[in-house]
Ligand binder design. Sequence first.
Ligand SMILES: Cc1cc2nc3c(=O)[nH]c(=O)nc-3n(C[C@H](O)[C@H](O)[C@H](O)COP(=O)(O)OP(=O)(O)OC[C@H]3O[C@@H](n4cnc5c(N)ncnc54)[C@H](O)[C@@H]3O)c2cc1C
Length: 414
Amino acid sequence: MQVAVVGAGVIGVCTAYFLAEAGHEVIVIERRNNVAEEASYGDSGILAPASIAPWAAPGMHKAFLSCLLKSESPLLFNRMLDPALWGWMRRWLKECDVNRYQLNRARMHRIAAYSDQIMRQLREQHQLDYEQAPGYLQLFRSERDLQLAQPAFDFLAAHGIAHEVLDASGARAIEPALNSHTALAGSLHLPADESGNCALFTRQIRQLAQKMGVEFHFASNVKSIRQSDQGVEIRLDARNFTVDQVVLASGADSAKLLAPLGLHLPTCAVKSYAATATLRNFESAPIAAVMDESYKVAITRMGKRIRVAGIAELGSRTTELRQAALNTLLKVASDWFPDACNYNTASFWSGSSLMLPDGAPLIGATPVRNVLVNIGHGSTGWAMAAGSGKVLADIVSDRSPDIDLEGLTPLRLD
Ligand SMILES: Cc1cc2nc3c(=O)[nH]c(=O)nc-3n(C[C@H](O)[C@H](O)[C@H](O)COP(=O)(O)OP(=O)(O)OC[C@H]3O[C@@H](n4cnc5c(N)ncnc54)[C@H](O)[C@@H]3O)c2cc1C
């Protein structure tokens, strides 16, 4: 079958790889000049299936309101009067109920755990090195933050997922460079989780996909998609492609292609920020990845560099670098690893991920014939990419996926 994938982020590239592996003739259409140039570029690098959780969690509505009043906040707003944004927020607030949280988290965990398995297979099969490091530590500055995380600890215990709740000295035994002057009420260590470099991984999978015959068309902006007698017509500025099926893996901008097809999905583009700096002091740097849960900022070792990333900005559709967000990143990095780098030399970046109110992605067929989606992976898309690509390829190939797709396909929106 001829299949086109729109978007060459980590999701689109993994999808193309598995479609080619299943024997399809695959083209990837990407508006940028290379793979992993948007959300997949500035990714924090955390592969944490064990701790993957929806944003919509019990107690988050109170945390959300307090964020509105803080200058250094994990959450920022733009276009406050946009009715679509408030509609999305209303749906998100409903998902903060504890039962909805447990259900949504279990769905996300199902695809992320599967993805972890597929990624390890890929790594072994192709001897991939994408600056991976084992282990992941979540830091809680206050007792209140620890209490808010209790449903997450309960989830880990209920699902038998390896984890340790540690005090400050336990956390420092795992990451010895953590600054002892910064208040730390406790931490959660997830030994089976990992970190790495998402853009590097995506480039490696592109090479493998190309070797299997996948054609990449860069600098090619898809304007619209239409059904035709032959299948699907994909319209660009200068040329059109006609294929049997199309998979939209177009990330934050997917709504622009879906809405004209009558597909109005409850998605929201969430903008995040990243700062990357070269290490000057290896023993003062993290060994792997830590997440400051109070600020929702991740600090990840990527080879000889550190990436500090986080902040969720709702309603922004630009790549403008907001100073308040950059200040928060630098504050958190300096709080925990003050001597690891000269943060004044950091390079800054911002990009957006697509999120649904309940947090789980949408993988599979849409009500529009021959149009499939692999979208909505939110702030944990890399951790779900390999599994999402494999599942999507199984659906196109009429094969039964290895996991139950309950709650992970567009059917849950019916
Ligand atoms: C700062 C930051 C940190 C993150 N940290 C983590 C993390 O630690 N762990 C984790 O698992 N996830 C993380 N995420 C989330 C993860 O990076 C995303 O979920 C993932 O990269 C999404 O991949 P994607 O391929 O769907 O999107 P993208 O990488 O954005 O790719 C979509 C592609 O589609 C192309 N496209 C869109 N419209 C068109 C069109 N009309 N025509 C042609 N091409 C088009 C775009 O150019 C783009 O290349 C982070 C995200 C951000 C922004």
